[in-house]
Ligand binder design. Structure first.
Ligand SMILES: [Zn+2]
Length: 69
């Protein structure tokens, strides 16, 4: 029997609708779901925590990626 897919946002508990940009994915082996608002907030947090809104950081990251080619 297939397990029931996640149907609520793991953060705010709102209903998940993948047609509206909500996503279902995996953190390791745990299935997770995020509504588009929580996903956007989480993305913003990651950008800030990793200094990815800083052009110098981005240029350095691009250089690192090019070095890996
Ligand atoms: Zn949410």
């Amino acid at each position: 029997m297939k397990s029931k897919p996640v149907s609520k946002c793991n953060i705010c508990d709102s209903d998940i609708d993948q047609d509206c940009g909500d996503i279902i994915g995996y953190f390791g082996i745990s299935e997770v779901a995020f509504c588009v608002w929580c996903l956007s907030s989480m993305t913003d947090m990651v950008i800030q925590l990793n200094d990815l809104n800083n052009i110098e950081t981005l240029k350095e990251r691009i250089r690192d990626l090019e070095d890996d080619l």
